[in-house]
Ligand binder design. Structure first.
Ligand code: G6P
Length: 371
């Protein structure tokens, strides 16, 4: 198996470093003459125009991908999007009917909780689109349509390249729906796709600069608790960053919405507490950037060790950051494809430095085929 790791210490490290190629493969051939082309979207366009709600069902990392894409699909398509953990979904008598589009995200396509949610949704008359990495798996087979990630097999239990692929594939779904429903015109879709197609190069830039985060992970090998803060699309990034650290490094880690800090989590901050903060672009809408910068100040004033993930050229964070990790400029909605990467590397390096089995963490399975 060591040969397949191509010189990397773990499959996870290899898969993290494959992400530029993986995402360019997810996007390959999806734009033709200003139109999004999805070859396995076997749902009638007239039906897609009648949809009045989208429910994303998924578990684990796939559910965090769902939380990211909710922002994009609502923004582009003006359809309400709910994201629900698949195992919670059918036990709460959810409102699902013919005009609901259910999006089931599953890397393996075999997660039993997600499969049961798909079956329930179909019984209620909903159409289901599977976002999947594994051709011929049960979930895409039982769904009405599928979008495959094309990121290649993912071996490590902790998902990395499939997470990015799930987000990118859902962006394609969102743009396709906006096209079919007339929310966006061809030239607008083309402009958005051009920016999306620049993401693999920017992923590579982040990967090429990973030395700083690797060193940080080694310096923090004794850490027992890490907090993650983010706002807007940075919030699910914080959740996913915390999940990676729990899964493979067995460190207590929590992600919070930065705006929620003052409503509770700030009580956890004491001298030396490491806090990652995912900062939105300073070019972003509203005053979100300034609000997140004040959150850095607030936790630092209480002794936190502030590890700040900020856009290149964002100097506002510098006075309050113990460490600044940079990501390239992009559209606000696409930043999650970049900002998660340092957090994946951090978890992977820290677990490796602790001598843990990064690819086969204790108590976890790659695909959970029981409810
Ligand atoms: C398991 C894995 C997670 C994964 C989740 C969903 O719990 O340990 O890494 O995110 O299943 O997997 P799926 O194949 O449905 O995306």
């Amino acid at each position: 198996a060591s040969a397949q790791k191509s010189g990397y210490p773990s499959f996870m490290a290899k898969e993290i470093h494959e992400q530029a190629k993986a995402i360019s493969d997810t996007l390959l051939g999806r734009l033709e003459n200003n139109e999004i082309v999805l070859d396995e979207m076997h749902i009638d366009p007239s039906h897609l125009r009648s949809i009045d709600k989208i429910i994303v069902v998924a578990c684990g990392t796939a559910a965090n991908a769902g939380e990211v894409v909710k922002y994009a699909i609502e923004h582009w398509c003006r359809i309400p999007v709910e994201v629900e953990l698949a195992h919670e979904f059918r036990y709460r008598d959810p409102i699902v009917h013919e005009r609901t589009l259910v999006v089931a995200i599953s890397q393996s396509g075999e997660t039993m909780d997600t499969l049961m949610a798909v079956r329930y949704a179909k019984e209620q008359g909903a159409k289901v689109v599977a976002i999947c990495n594994t051709r011929g798996a049960t979930i895409p087979r039982e769904s009405d349509a599928a979008i495959y990630l094309h990121v290649g097999p993912e071996i490590a239990v902790a998902s990395t390249k499939a997470y990015l692929g799930q987000i990118a594939a859902c962006y394609l779904l969102g743009l396709f729906l906006a096209q079919v429903r007339g929310n966006l015109y061809g030239d607008e879709i083309e402009a958005i796709m051009r920016d999306l197609e620049e993401i693999p190069g920017k992923i590579q830039d982040v990967l090429d600069n990973s030395g700083q985060v690797e060193k940080l992970a080694h310096d923090m090998v004794e850490t027992t608790s890490v907090l993650f803060l983010g706002r807007h699309v940075g919030f699910p990034t914080a959740l996913e960053g915390a999940l990676k650290l729990k899964e493979i490094a067995y460190i207590h880690a929590e992600g919070f919405a930065a705006g929620e800090l003052k409503h509770g989590p700030i009580a956890l901050v004491e001298e030396g507490q490491p806090v990652f903060i995912v900062v939105p672009s300073p070019r972003g809408r509203d005053s979100l950037h300034a609000k997140v910068v004040s959150n850095i100040q607030e936790v630092r004033a209480r002794g936190a060790h502030t590890l700040v993930i900020a856009e290149e050229g964002d100097t506002d964070v510098e006075p309050y950051a113990d460490v600044v990790i940079r990501y390239p400029e992009t559209r606000t909605l696409f930043a999650p494809l970049l900002t998660i990467i340092p957090l994946q590397i951090f978890a992977c390096e820290l677990a490796t430095a602790k001598g843990l089995d990064v690819d086969q963490p204790r108590n976890l399975a790659k695909s959970v085929t029981v409810e």
